[in-house]
Design a protein around this ligand. Sequence first.
Ligand SMILES: [Zn+2]
Length: 343
Amino acid sequence: MTRVVSQQPFPNGTRKPRATSQSPSLGVRRRGAGRMKRRGQGTGRLAATSARAAIAPRSANTPMTSSRCPGQADRNTRQRQHRECLEQAARALLTSDGWQRWVRVRSTNGLGRYSLSNQLLIALQRPDATYVAGFRAFLGLNRCVRKGEKAIRILAPISIARSRTHAADDAEEVHITFRGVSVFDVKQTDPIPDREPVPLCPPSQPVSGDSHAYLLAPLEQLATGLGYHLRCVPLEEAADGWCDYERREIVVNERLPANGQVRVLVHELAHALGVGYHEYGRRRAEVLVDAVTYVVCGSVGLDVSGDSVPYVAGWGEDGSLDALREYAGTIDAIARRIESALQ
Ligand SMILES: [Zn+2]
């Protein structure tokens, strides 16, 4: 058993930014990462609570800073600033615009690699971001960040130090700290002359086509793994599919083009992954599931730009930031689960 002791802003049990996969060029070192226990993964509610845990109480808007050799006081100041930035980014979810901005950012090809907290930071600072990476990562993609471009500040873990071993439960404590790091959007870069830029995102394909037929098999595999039988039948009704919990059956309208079937299947799989009417109520469940569908379809290169981003008017009006963060965490976690099945 590993006990993770994290300094704010990612307290114990919170999903942390994964430096190696999310921001490959940041040069962030992690020691003992393989021993870290990640809660909320593979559980019924997935990591829905991670967003809430990740962000501390609101205070003034303070820019993130970093220091190479900080003392404890500096570290505490820096961690407090990180919490404040995360809080500000999360509060954007309270408005319809802010919510839609996050969903759109999350749906772009390059941004599912980042933790929810970093997605929120990116959405706040660069709402039009599509592919975000560090300076060196872009060099590896044969692109160079333009001089004078303002960096997007996100958080990455910088150290994990085992402090002591508990003889009683054989647990080990791991300390994690975070620092602000700079990343850029692809629109802030230029191709390096005489080198072929590495394609970052496949061209977006219409939902009315068959370009993504190859995704139907892995989606069916995911359904099977969840204990559901997939049935493709010609449907005449208004619905193009459904998820029958009792019969453990997902039904998809075979009259749809392959890309349309992918979209319906993603929607029904999101229900099967735990967003049911019983748990959330019909209206809320459909909004969450539609958001997952928007995110996943966008991230695999289906054109969702014409779709409206689902949102329940009034979600944020009562100041229920915790609830919104939990919904965002649920959407992000379920989308990750489906996206990982498609890789
Ligand atoms: Zn539905």
